[in-house]
Ligand binder design. Structure first.
Ligand code: PLP
Length: 477
């Protein structure tokens, strides 16, 4: 053991460092909530920032200035003027779970390497599955993110639906499997299909209605067309909150169609699937309990730090088929259903102690904290949309169903082409100013500003100020 290693492992050293870092983080949270810190994203060109940190490596190291600089220079998700991508202003206690994970470093995909987080993961999954309306035969796993979650669910679907042991034999001649999904689906769904080797052809897009929801009236013709092209549709995916517009597909109708055709029904509820646990927004997910699998990101609408995703299966047995050469054997041998070794059912071999993070929040505040977080943010989305629709110089392309709100400054007498450029320009100026953080999206080939109301601290006056800021840049642009 070298002296340097002794120093790096020293518990007293760690104690002092941790206390100081926690103090800095608590100060940061206070400054963000109160907005005494005026900056959401201290903008700097990426190359310039790289240079700064390359040079920093050569400087004398001082603990507090280093961490303070790291916090100050990065994006501040907890700032009420952060209205950008769908990453939540995480509950600080979840951050302590991350610290615990980092220090204990349990690789929790097998029981012996993470006994406590494995048990906690099971409790969390059972709770969420029940809250979705699933029965006791349901089960699932936590994965590092919704993208991996969608792939995990679709791999299980493939094995179950193929009619042969796809995992062992691979693709066979004359069999071209496919999924059907709305035009608004997240790219991780088509990416998962392409990872499975089904190609672009294997992703059949179902047209959407003016609210950007999958048009259930087009399912039959889309399915028939795919079959005619020689594709074998195995899975139908519904969005419970699409990424770009936050729209909810008609899950009940999709369930009905899937049952009729014998398809696996998967719900990408990474953003908004958790509506099902809230009394106020539950109606958006009507039919969710009929899905074969559901993905829900805790790090989007449930206040947990990234990445923490639940993959739920209505029939838990299905999740054991995914990577098994002889799926039939598994069903005959209960002992192989090792709920406590999640590596059997996911791609992750060493995984974070995600169970602890969610469990600690559930244990401390109860499920109501998730309901409050979700409901508050969705309420804010409605409030923002209402304020936007009062301004004659703004356009709201549709009435948002969630906390994802798209809008654009229209001023007066401008063509769509000019408005596309103008709004992209407005966004650039806004994020470079550091005062707000918003993003943009394309809807029907038009550029819209896009805000996800992810922070319960965002207030009406923040929203009004943002619109004033946009007007200012809009008029001068
Ligand atoms: C609907 C939807 N599905 C999946 C994902 C991917 O989730 P993650 O970023 O956790 O991988 C996202 C991310 O924004 C999403 O909005």
């Amino acid at each position: 053991m070298t002296d340097l290693l002794k120093q790096a492992y020293d518990p007293e050293n760690f104690r002092g460092q941790a206390h100081r870092l926690v103090d800095l983080l608590a100060d940061h949270l206070e400054a963000s909530y109160s907005q005494s810190d005026k900056t959401v994203l201290p903008w700097m060109d990426p190359d310039q920032r790289l240079l700064k940190w390359q040079n920093d490596l050569e400087q004398k190291f001082e603990f507090e200035p280093f961490w303070k600089d790291t916090i100050d220079e990065t994006i501040h998700i907890h700032h009420p003027k952060y209205l950008g991508h769908q990453v939540c202003a995480s509950l600080p206690l979840a951050g302590l779970g991350d610290m615990l994970n980092g220090v204990l470093n349990n690789g929790s995909a097998i029981y012996e390497m993470g006994p406590v987080s494995t048990a906690m993961e099971r409790v969390v999954i059972d709770w969420l599955a029940g809250a979705m309306g699933y029965g006791k035969e349901a089960s699932g796993v936590l994965t590092s993110g919704g993208s991996l979650g969608n792939l995990t669910a679709l791999l299980a679907a493939r094995q179950h639906q193929s009619g042969y042991d796809h995992w062992t034999e691979g693709k066979i001649d004359g069999f071209h499997p496919a999924i059907m999904v709305s035009e608004e689906s997240h790219y991780s769904v088509s990416r998962a299909v392409q990872i499975m080797g089904w190609g672009e052809k294997g992703v059949i897009k179902v047209p959407t209605n003016p609210l950007h929801q999958l048009d259930a009236g087009r399912l039959e013709e889309t399915y028939a067309k795919a079959e005619k092209q020689g594709l074998k549709v195995l899975v139908l995916v519904g969005n419970a909150g699409s990424t770009s517009t936050g729209s909810y597909d008609p899950l009940d109708q999709i369930a009905h169609f899937s049952e009729k055709k014998g398809l696996w029904f998967h719900i990408d509820g990474a953003h908004g699937g958790a509506a099902a646990i809230t009394p106020k927004y539950r109606h958006l997910t009507k039919g969710i309990e009929r899905a074969d699998s559901i993905v829900i990101d805790f790090h989007k609408m449930l206040g947990i730090s990234a990445l923490t995703t639940a993959v739920l299966f209505r029939d838990g047995k299905r999740s054991y088929e995914t990577f098994n050469q002889k799926a039939g054997y598994i069903f005959n041998n209960e002992e192989r259903e090792q709920w406590f070794n999640s590596a059997v059912r996911t791609l992750e071999c060493t995984k974070n102690m995600m169970g602890v993070k969610v469990y600690s929040i559930l244990r401390t505040y109860g499920p109501q904290v998730f309901i409050d977080h979700f409901t508050t943010c969705y309420d804010l989305g409605r409030e923002f949309a209402a304020i936007i629709s009062q301004g004659a110089d703004f356009e709201l392309p549709y009435e948002p169903e969630s906390n994802i709100v798209c809008y654009r400054y229209i001023g007066s007498g401008k063509t769509d082409h000019e408005l596309n450029r103008l709004n992209a320009d407005i966004r650039r100026k806004i994020i470079e100013s550091g005062k707000f953080y918003i993003v943009q999206t394309q809807i029907d080939n038009k550029t819209y500003l896009r805000s996800s109301l992810m922070n319960p601290f965002t207030s009406k006056s923040d929203m009004e100020e943002l619109l004033e800021e946009i007007r200012m840049y809009g008029k001068s642009g």
